[in-house]
Design a protein around this ligand. Structure first.
Ligand SMILES: CC(O)(O)CCCCCNCCCN
Ligand SMILES: [Zn+2]
Length: 665
């Protein structure tokens, strides 16, 4: 199954017909530059183009009132003066004789995308639409939005496909208040939004956009607002919120469908957002969502007003949906103080609803939370307009060239090569020099030619991954710790290399290279390790080892991923120790998530008895979405304690582990 792309140039055929500084940024070129960038980069051709359709009245009435729909229906026949008049009843939006038609196409595009994914025809997809949707409400247009495309899509998915739980991730820099109002008492739709807020100083200046608004009645806990109280937020700030709020809750919620209000005004250079996150961050945000709901992710364009930044971010998002490896997360230096305050406030507001963040620190009697600056709104926005926006510049996103071979395997005799994989067995005798080195350093039994062949094949695989000829690999070996040593020593030889070694299960893991940081070892096991702990050797002791999905996933999302992203390895060595107790679905989730690192260069080592695991492992390495884990129960208190105390101890060295602002003396 492929990636759907839904676009129709008819949606460029409306624009602002009068002077309105608040609306002048919403131009037809937003759509053309996005689509043309996809065509130019060859990404459009790799997608399946799905035609738009007009949303029907019934579709629109899933969210909007009849009165509102009837009123909008009159706009095509209005004169310019009547359109201006009609527009005055709403805020920061404009009407045009053709905008009703385009609004039906935008909503219809989202529904076509949902149909393609929920019928199983497509794996995931993106709809490039305008007008956007997330501000429009039951009976009102707002913020360039006429119909709430994503809210309609969520209602439609539930009604037509019986979808039980929908996650809406709104990474647009504005608060989608229309979506919040639509689902605030609905526990079947989890709405997550971050947004520029500045203590209510920023548009739409709503008190109900703050972190303490969590949803109503049965919907309490299913509305997550992350206010950014300063501009200039960077990649670290966004990732920290994913690791410590969105992902733990999303895995606990276990959605059947993920809808993204994909606004790119949260990217660098945008005149509205004034944030500093680079376009490649959207590759990571998309990737981190792609193992939810069995990969059923539908992204619908919302905002984005810097045409360069917008086009790059759209390409980063679509290329990730297509399954291409994501760029390395460059120099993450940890969340800023303001982001940590928001993180802390949101987690403490939601800890009572979600067991995955139950342990979150309670709010100090904090002045941060309810400081709402109510200044004369128009004055504020005016200030905003006047300041000449100095042109931001940022580096081109790195080229993301998929390897010729996605996954290669080194298997013992008699183990079938999984389909879509390349089998590597060095037929010719290994180079005598290397052979001797192996004999000296690794082989217990010098004449063990099998081990020699396996090791030399393993090194050949690692070398070809380094050259990006092969993206990921899987090897079945008899002696795991020997194989680990061999790979670490080989890889460490190249100066710029850093290896993240992730071990699941008990067993001795060589700590070679952890003293100088060339290697970072994170081992999940049920045994306390007596090994001296240092910054680069992190044993995670879980009560049931890797058998309890909740505890394990909490450790992966809140500990392993932040560590891995901050460490930014060139290779991930993922080792499944014998009798790790890890079930296949959790193992596949782990493989899927770890491919966000090292441009997808994951090398999996398993004991040669694990033949049954070769197929499932290969499937995940090939980019197939991991099956959903189902709703997760509360992690064991011991596991929460273990992860929290580790995080507390390590956050001085690893800034992405922080979830609260350092105590201000
Ligand atoms: C889809 C979207 O969230 O991007 C729409 C944003 C509307 C912003 C209205 N205020 C503009 C004030 C001018 N500086
Ligand atoms: Zn926006």
């Amino acid at each position: 199954m492929g990636t759907a792309l839904i676009y129709d140039e008819e949606m460029t055929n409306y624009k602002l017909l009068w002077v309105d500084p608040a609306c002048k940024i919403e131009v037809p070129e937003r759509l053309t530059v996005s689509y043309e960038a996809l065509v130019e980069s060859g990404l459009a051709d790799r997608c399946m183009s799905i035609p738009v359709r007009e949303a029907t009245d019934a579709d629109i009435l899933l969210v909007h009132s009849e009165d509102y729909l009837d009123a909008v229906k009159t706009t095509p026949y209005k004169t310019l003066e009547e359109l201006k008049e009609f527009t005055l009843q709403f805020g920061d939006v404009y009407f045009h004789p053709n905008i009703y038609h385009c609004a039906k196409l935008a909503a219809g595009a989202a529904l076509q995308l949902v149909d393609s994914v929920l019928t199983g025809k497509m794996r995931n997809g993106m709809a490039l639409v305008r007008p956007p949707g997330h501000h429009s409400m039951c009976s009102a247009a707002s913020g360039f939005c006429v119909f709430n495309n994503v809210a309609i899509a969520a209602k439609y998915a539930k009604q037509k496909y019986g979808v039980k739980r929908v996650l809406i991730v709104d990474w647009d820099i504005h608060h989608g208040q229309g979506v919040q109002y639509c689902f605030e008492d609905d526990p079947s739709v989890l709405y997550f939004s971050w947004h520029r807020y500045e203590h209510q100083k920023y548009w739409p200046h709503l008190r109900e956009s703050d972190f303490d608004i969590v949803g109503k009645e049965k919907g309490a806990g299913f509305n997550i607002n992350v206010p950014w109280n300063k501009v200039g937020m960077q990649n670290s700030d966004y990732l920290s919120v994913f690791f410590h709020i969105l992902l733990p809750v999303a895995y606990e919620f276990s959605p059947d469908l993920v809808l993204v209000c994909a606004g790119f005004d949260s990217g660098i250079g945008d005149p509205e957002g004034k944030m500093c996150a680079t376009p490649d961050i959207f590759a990571h945000l998309t990737h981190l969502l792609m193992n939810l709901a069995g990969g059923k992710v539908c992204a619908v364009l919302e905002g984005g007003y810097n045409l360069t930044s917008l086009a790059q971010s759209v390409c980063q998002t679509v290329q990730t949906l297509l399954g291409d490896p994501v760029p390395r997360p460059s120099n993450l230096d940890g969340p800023c103080k303001s982001a940590l305050e928001s993180l802390h406030c949101v987690r403490s507001a939601h800890r009572r609803y979600w067991s995955s963040i139950r342990h979150a620190a309670d709010l100090p009697s904090c002045e941060i939370s309810t400081k709402h600056i109510k200044l004369a709104e128009d004055k504020l926005d005016k200030e905003e307009e006047e300041k000449s926006a100095e042109e931001e510049v940022w580096p081109q996103p790195p080229k993301r060239v998929p390897s010729a071979i996605r996954t290669a395997v080194v298997l013992p005799e008699g183990v079938a090569c999984p389909d879509r994989c390349k089998c590597l067995m060095s037929a010719e005798d290994p180079d005598p020099l290397i052979a001797n080195k192996f004999r000296e350093n690794f082989l217990k039994d010098a004449d063990d030619s099998d081990a020699l062949t396996t090791l030399s094949s393993l090194i050949a695989l690692a070398e070809r991954m380094e050259k990006n000829e092969i993206c990921s690999g899987l090897a079945l070996v008899r002696d795991i710790s020997m194989a680990i040593m061999c790979v670490i020593q080989h890889t460490a030889a190249a100066l710029s290399n850093r290896v993240l070694v992730v071990c699941v299960g008990d067993g001795k893991v060589p700590s070679h290279g952890t003293d100088d940081g060339k290697t970072l070892v994170v081992q999940f096991s049920s045994k306390k390790s007596e090994e001296q702990k240092c910054k680069y050797y992190i044993p995670v002791c879980l009560k049931k080892g890797c058998q309890d999905a909740s505890g394990f996933m909490q450790a992966v999302l809140g500990l392993l991923l932040p560590l891995g992203y901050e460490y930014d390895p060139s290779l991930v060595l993922l080792v499944k120790m014998p009798d790790s107790g890890l079930c296949d679905t959790v193992w596949k989730q782990l493989i899927g998530l770890l491919q966000g690192l090292a441009q997808g260069h994951t090398l999996v080592l398993m004991q040669d008895v694990e033949r049954a695991c070769v197929g499932p492992t290969a499937s995940s390495l090939l980019g197939d979405a991991a099956p959903s884990l189902g709703q997760l129960h509360a992690p064991l208190p011991e596991d929460v304690e273990a992860v929290e105390s580790l995080r507390h101890r390590l956050k001085a060295d690893w800034k992405l582990l922080q979830t609260t602002a350092p105590e201000t003396r």
